[in-house]
Design a protein around this ligand. Sequence first.
Ligand SMILES: NC(=O)c1ccc[n+]([C@@H]2O[C@H](COP(=O)([O-])OP(=O)(O)OC[C@H]3O[C@@H](n4cnc5c(N)ncnc54)[C@H](O)[C@@H]3O)[C@@H](O)[C@H]2O)c1
Length: 244
Amino acid sequence: MLVTGGSRGIGAATVEKALTEGAKVSFVDLLAEEGQALCDRLGSDVFFQQANVCSADELGQSVCNAEARFGPVTGLVNNAGRNSYCDPVSMTEDEWDAVFDVDLKAAWLAARAVLPAMIAAKKGSIVNIASVHATMTYPGFFPYAAAKSGLVGMTRSLALDVGQHQIRVNALSPGYTETTLVKEFFAQNDPSLQAQVLDVHPMRRIATPAEIANCIVFLLSDEASFVTGADWRVDGGLTARFAG
Ligand SMILES: NC(=O)c1ccc[n+]([C@@H]2O[C@H](COP(=O)([O-])OP(=O)(O)OC[C@H]3O[C@@H](n4cnc5c(N)ncnc54)[C@H](O)[C@@H]3O)[C@@H](O)[C@H]2O)c1
């Protein structure tokens, strides 16, 4: 299987969980030092390559190398992603494209690279890591919600188009999860925001990356053999609540 953005956070937890379930795991990331360190720690059933998921060439080469190492890639986790905090008026087209390239287009590029092997194997599972922002959002995150909503829409389309080959495609939408991305978000805001966020969570805490990875690996696995075209929210009940 292949995980994008696997050097840290939810991606790294997914690499580790899939390995404990017996998978041979390739992952790609821009962060070479962190990726190699994780790979060295986890052993020979894990293979790291530095690659930018926005580059079709780099992704294509990474998939070829992963297949040479472990055989056909029949599991894909499109996890690489970034936040965006743009102003809709002053934002440039280049900034728009940079968000959509990572948070939406890259998932299609990676799927396109692995689908031929999945179709030949008549087996496959793709999990696209979207966000609760695909359903509800927060001021100041423009246009993250648009990209993640697009990813959920693409998940539905792909699920319909490849289902005949016994390939499943699902989205998983995490809520707040303890990763660098969220630490940076809290660091940029008033310290009271973190307490406020915890307070609106039914369990008064946010997720660990491992809790998200458990659900990702379940969706990837044969245990989820009749789940496709879905968007699973894993948010500790955050979006079950409205203001008040
Ligand atoms: N942490 C959260 O609360 C949260 C909530 C909802 C959704 N998500 C989504 O989960 C996914 C993982 O987020 P995280 O919190 O673990 O973030 P993170 O920043 O800790 O990890 C993301 C990884 O993706 C890699 N990456 C980014 N752009 C890349 C590119 N162009 N090519 C290759 N690798 C690239 C980064 O180097 C990093 O290692 C993202 O898609 C994010 O949008 C996270």
